[in-house]
Design a protein around this ligand. Structure first.
Ligand code: AMP
Length: 399
């Protein structure tokens, strides 16, 4: 694995530490409705503060077009203070005299949150003058926002080029878990790719078939693959214009020695709603009015048997319409099997992206996986094999 400097290598005492974090949390009526992202950064904040560093938080929030008080980080900073159990000061600017005065007033161990970096269009342009203005308030830079690392922005990438740069504890854990899963994994590696559509996961499928030993395809996207094999899919979600694409994924898999596992049976209903009357049929017996909304028990058994042979699991996307009971059963069953194998020390399991975290939470097993990434876009781009600028900028440069 490429070397990264982490907090183990940083001397933070008395230093102004610019810490890029993910505070892009969901809000309802001005109140943070899910604190998962805040909770993930607490170890890094505590560690720097306990070691006598001045913690200066940098983050974006929403997609403001210029300064927009409705997208201020102020209420989020208040929630960070609550979760951290320590005061968190707030500065209504992220650069300039207001930010400087707030940073100058800090004592060792203090925590300060600067205003939304995206109030400045220069943030997303990675503008060198804006990078310099941010850097003026820091001695070192710590990036703990893996979820923003697919963007080459001033606060996610530019700062790492101009200040001594370190991975925060969450970033470090994420990089280590993802490396173990796809870069230096123990084989066989099994990937589960589910979810709604093939079209949103083409690059991901293209990358995975070359890297993993077994690719299990589930969810709505499996219907497109079944149709590509000439099977009737009734009224199921299916991208009929992508049958050739699906065939070419199958051909690439074959050429790469990657085994593809498709559902052998499905739970079908004639309505897309919770508790719609349903029955399980073979994928060869899907009727004209049927919608395949989940994998059936025989498919669960097949996937479980494959999982038992794997050493590493990478999972993105549910096996069915898991938000609607009883079409969550297939996802729940496979998730519980993966959790069981992980707890028994037989499997390293990494999951993330889109609805996967909520699907695993729904199955009650998110804590039993080796690592669950809450980074949506960055996790997917990593699965697609794309470089992540925010991570690359942290790599130790030689010479
Ligand atoms: P994605 O964001 O691509 O991972 O897709 C997740 C969505 O796919 C969830 O909202 C599921 O309800 C939906 N989904 C999964 N399987 C099916 C299916 N067989 N038919 C319709 N929707 C599905």
């Amino acid at each position: 694995m490429t070397a990264f400097n982490t907090l183990d290598h940083a001397s933070v005492s008395g230093k102004r530490v610019l810490v890029r974090v993910d505070l892009n949390v969901p809000m309802e009526n001005g109140v943070v409705s899910d604190t998962t992202r805040i909770d993930r950064i607490l170890p890094t904040l505590r560690e720097i503060s306990d070691k006598g560093g001045k913690v200066v938080l940098l983050a974006h929030f929403g997609r403001p077009k210029g300064v927009d008080p409705t997208q201020s980080l102020k209420p989020v900073a208040a929630e960070v203070a609550l979760r951290l159990g320590r005061p968190v000061a707030f500065a209504a600017e992220c650069t300039g005299p207001v930010a400087k005065a707030a940073v100058d007033a800090m004592k060792n161990g203090d925590v300060l949150c600067l205003e939304n970096t995206r109030f400045h269009p220069e943030e997303e342009k990675n503008d060198p003058a804006f990078v310099a203005a941010l850097a003026a308030n820091g001695d070192i830079y710590v990036n703990d926002a893996f979820s923003a690392a697919h963007r080459a922005h001033a606060s996610t990438e530019g700062l790492a080029r101009v200040l001594p740069a370190y991975a925060g504890r969450t970033m470090q854990a994420e990089i280590e878990a993802l490396s173990k899963a796809l870069e230096t994994p123990e084989h066989p590696v099994l990937a589960v790719v589910g979810g709604a559509k093939v079209s949103s996961k083409l690059e991901l499928l293209g990358n995975l078939v070359k890297k993993v030993d077994i690719l299990v395809i589930g969810g709505g996207m499996a219907n497109t693959f079944l149709a590509a094999q000439g099977k009737a899919v009734g009224k199921s979600l299916c991208e009929h214009d992508l049958l050739d694409t699906a065939r070419s994924v199958l051909a690439t898999a074959k050429a790469s020695g990657c085994e593809i596992v498709l559902p052998v049976d499905a739970v079908v209903a004639s309505e897309f709603k919770a508790h719609a009357p349903s029955r399980t049929v073979s994928v060869d017996q899907v009727g004209e009015a049927d919608m395949m909304l989940d994998i059936g028990a025989a498919s669960v058994k097949t996937v479980a048997a494959k999982l038992a042979t794997a050493k590493t699991l990478v999972w993105n996307g549910p096996f069915g319409a898991f938000e609607l009971e009883p079409f969550d059963a297939g996802t729940n069953a496979v998730a519980r099997e993966a959790a069981h194998l992980t707890k028994a020390g037989k499997l390293l399991s990494v999951a993330g992206g889109g609805d996967t975290v909520s699907a695993l939470n729904h199955a009650g097993v998110a804590d039993d996986f080796t690592y669950v990434s809450t980074a949506g876009g960055a996790f997917l781009e990593w699965l697609e094999g794309k470089p992540l600028p925010g991570v690359d900028a942290l790599r130790v440069r030689k010479g």
